[in-house]
Write a protein that binds this ligand. Structure first.
Ligand code: SAM
Length: 258
């Protein structure tokens, strides 16, 4: 395969060693999840990108039980909505206490630099590759998972730095959304993926979708892999991939090209 960075084997080895040095100087990203279901996350931390990033020392992740920051006997985290209506609302006090204990701050203005306090919410700004890349540059990311009808608005008003939605649909809780944010963020940490360059060529990194991928067999149920991919002509393959990525973006996500 044509190297995307580094023309010769020596250059590639040099680049890899520079990346390794850089990684060894970096502090791991710290991720804290505030949730009423910390067990929801247990198994997931041991799979795929999260397991690899943890094993490589690139990230530390902890899921905290919000009830630990309640002060009443029954560890109540929700209450009825003012003004009436269905369902329950998550109380502000335990969430403010959790953020204070994890960051030292209980107002957005005093949240330390390099720290993001993220509220998962369908009313937030949609997560993008660019926002995931910003989280990947942080030292500390706190993810607040709502439940019920949502979280008392004073949390979003006063202590949250980012209100993030993972799409225009409503989930029952912020936990799956937190996992989406974590996965998208961790794969952008230098060294988290098997290949140092793979995140660079993925969908959205250059404003387009990724090119189509194929593997063996070259023919399956009468469908042949594009011949150019079997030629070994790297310049032609790179050209075909650029065109195929553009074609797919026009077809599936024309909005990205505007
Ligand atoms: N009443 C809220 C509304 O209509 O906007 C929906 C609350 S939802 C049932 C409960 C929690 O799930 C939210 O507080 C949020 O943490 C999470 N959630 C639901 N949909 C989400 C989305 N698209 N992105 C991120 N978090 C979401």
């Amino acid at each position: 395969m044509t190297p995307l960075i580094g023309e010769t084997e020596d250059e590639r080895v040099d680049l890899k060693s520079k990346i390794r040095n850089l990684k060894s100087k970096m502090k791991p990203l710290r991720v804290d999840i505030i949730t009423i279901f910390p067990d929801y996350f247990r198994a997931v931390f041991d799979y795929g990108i999260i397991r690899r990033a943890r094993a490589a020392g690139l990230v530390t992740i902890e899921a905290h039980d919000l009830r630990a920051w309640t002060s009443d006997k029954h560890h109540v985290v929700d209450d009825r909505p003012f003004g009436g209506g269905d369902g329950m609302v998550m109380k502000p006090e335990p969430i403010f206490a959790a953020v204070k204990s994890l960051t030292g701050a209980n107002r957005r203005e005093t949240v330390p630099q390099g720290t993001r306090v993220v509220l998962l919410s369908p009313q937030g700004q949609t997560l993008t590759q660019a926002s995931a890349a910003e989280f990947a540059k942080c030292e500390h990311v706190i993810l607040i998972c709502g439940r019920y009808e949502g979280v008392d608005e004073r949390v979003a008003d006063a202590v949250v730095t980012d209100e993030i939605s993972i799409g225009d649909y409503v989930l029952s809780g912020g936990e799956p959304a937190a996992l989406v944010v974590i996965d998208a963020t961790l794969r952008l940490l230098p060294g988290a993926l098997g290949s140092e360059t793979s995140a660079v060529t993925e969908s959205f990194s250059d404003g387009m979708l990724d090119y189509p991928h194929y593997t063996r067999p070259p023919e399956f149920e009468g469908m042949r892999v594009p011949e150019v991919l079997l030629t070994g002509n790297h310049a032609e393959i790179a050209r075909w991939r650029r065109e195929a990525a553009l074609e797919k973006t026009k077809r599936n996500r024309p909005d990205l090209l505007k």
